[in-house]
Design a protein around this ligand. Structure first.
Ligand code: FES
Ligand SMILES: [Fe+2]
Length: 386
């Protein structure tokens, strides 16, 4: 495969095959997901020793756990005996990981501490050889825990680069308050692109168009594949909407109550999106399952000290996202419908050419934040010699 044919003109054009090709999917797993920092859990999910959360990195099962010394460790979630996962639920708490199959048991530091009837393995059997395999690169920023399968990964803060100030603003002092999961039939990059795309909201989201939330702002390439959309806070503007909400003021969720300077959608390379719109912040984790299937997990964030009233606002506003979300319903339909259309092989390119590709900042409807992703994407693929 010639990767040079996949992205051209400063990422203004991307080859349609990148959304459907099995070979490219596998290359992405090796070149990107096996080498980048990948979000695995939030600190608020791992408060006490034994709290764990399971996920995958590059298709491999992992479990993040807080050990007895209160340190977060990440292990490959597989028994060293015959391979069953040792943590079977999305999250939980345990004193040790006991495999369901033959009850091999591992402590929270991964050490194998129990093997039923070990004499059957003969005198040479050494438990020390059979601890859980650990992912060595693990680091945390503002409560977000990342891991990398690359033992020589660059420092997490270097990788996050210019996104750090925005992550701080959106995530500092926050906790996970809920999660919404769905699987859609579309390539993962389409959902990822969508959150760096400030062009679509007024056309795709009929609800936003109807209540008049048109915004002016910027699309920004933050470097290293990260992007940002930002705009001044908006409130619904149409008379029709005002008249309706005046009657049911309590139900008016489209008004932000908490002060902040801008509304933002931050997109991190490769597979995270963190929108902060109104008072609701969420982390969208986009996990490719196959070229045409993607797992989407949306973690809602709240403040550690939110009053019940603030909590209520955030929850109500979070109903924006997900497969039944007022806005999210469209954003999940998009990858599905794009995927169907992209099966037409007679056409070669998708167009990401809005705005001046030589600048790293454009208008909100320009595509700097989308091109940011593909510039890094192609560089990573080229680095492994696709
Ligand atoms: S597979 Fe885990 S104990 Fe046998
Ligand atoms: Fe959208």
């Amino acid at each position: 495969m010639q990767t040079s044919e996949l992205v051209r003109d400063n990422a203004r054009f991307v080859n349609r095959s990148v959304y459907r090709d099995q070979e490219i999917f596998e290359l992405e797993q090796r070149a990107i997901f096996s080498r980048s920092w990948i979000y695995v859990a939030h600190e608020s999910e791992l408060r006490k020793p034994g709290d764990f959360r399971t996920t995958t990195i590059a298709g491999q099962p992992v479990v993040a756990v807080r050990d007895k010394e209160e340190r977060v460790r990440v292990f490959f979630n597989t028994c060293t005996h015959r391979g069953a996962v040792v943590a079977r639920t999305p999250r939980g708490n345990c004193r040790a990981f006991q495999c369901m199959y033959h009850a091999w048991t591992y402590d929270l530091s991964g050490k194998l501490i129990g093997v039923p009837r070990p004499e059957g393995y003969g005198p040479d059997f050494n438990r020390g050889d059979y601890g859980l395999r650990e992912v060595k690169s693990v680091a945390t920023f503002c409560g977000l825990i990342f891991a990398s399968l690359d033992p020589h990964a660059e420092a997490l803060e270097t990788f996050l680069g210019r996104t750090r100030e925005y992550i701080r603003e959106a995530c500092e002092g926050r906790v996970i308050t809920g999660v919404n999961k769905t699987i859609f039939n579309g390539n993962w990059k389409i959902y990822r692109e969508n959150f760096a795309d400030g062009y679509h909201p007024n056309y795709l989201h009929k609800l936003l168009a109807a209540i008049g939330t048109y915004a002016e702002g910027s699309s920004i390439d933050l470097g290293a594949g990260h992007g940002l959309l930002e705009w001044a806070e908006i409130a619904p503007k149409t008379d029709k909407y005002r008249a309706a909400t005046d009657k049911t003021a309590d139900a008016n969720i489209w008004i932000a109550r908490l002060p902040k300077d801008k509304e933002r959608v931050l997109t991190l390379f490769p597979n995270l999106s963190i929108p902060w719109i109104l008072d609701a912040v969420s982390i969208h984790v986009i996990t490719p399952l196959s070229p045409e299937r993607t797992l989407l997990e949306i973690y809602l964030l709240g403040g550690e000290r939110d009053t019940p009233e603030i909590k209520q606002w955030r929850l109500a506003q979070s109903m924006m996202w997900g497969p039944a979300g007022a806005v999210g319903v469209d954003d999940i339909e998009v990858p599905k419908e794009c995927q169907r259309g992209l099966r037409a092989t007679e056409l070669t390119w998708v167009n990401l050419a809005r705005g001046n590709a030589a600048l790293d900042r454009g208008d909100l409807e320009d595509e700097q934040a989308v091109r940011a992703f593909y510039k890094e994407w192609i560089q990573r693929l080229d680095a492994v010699g696709g």
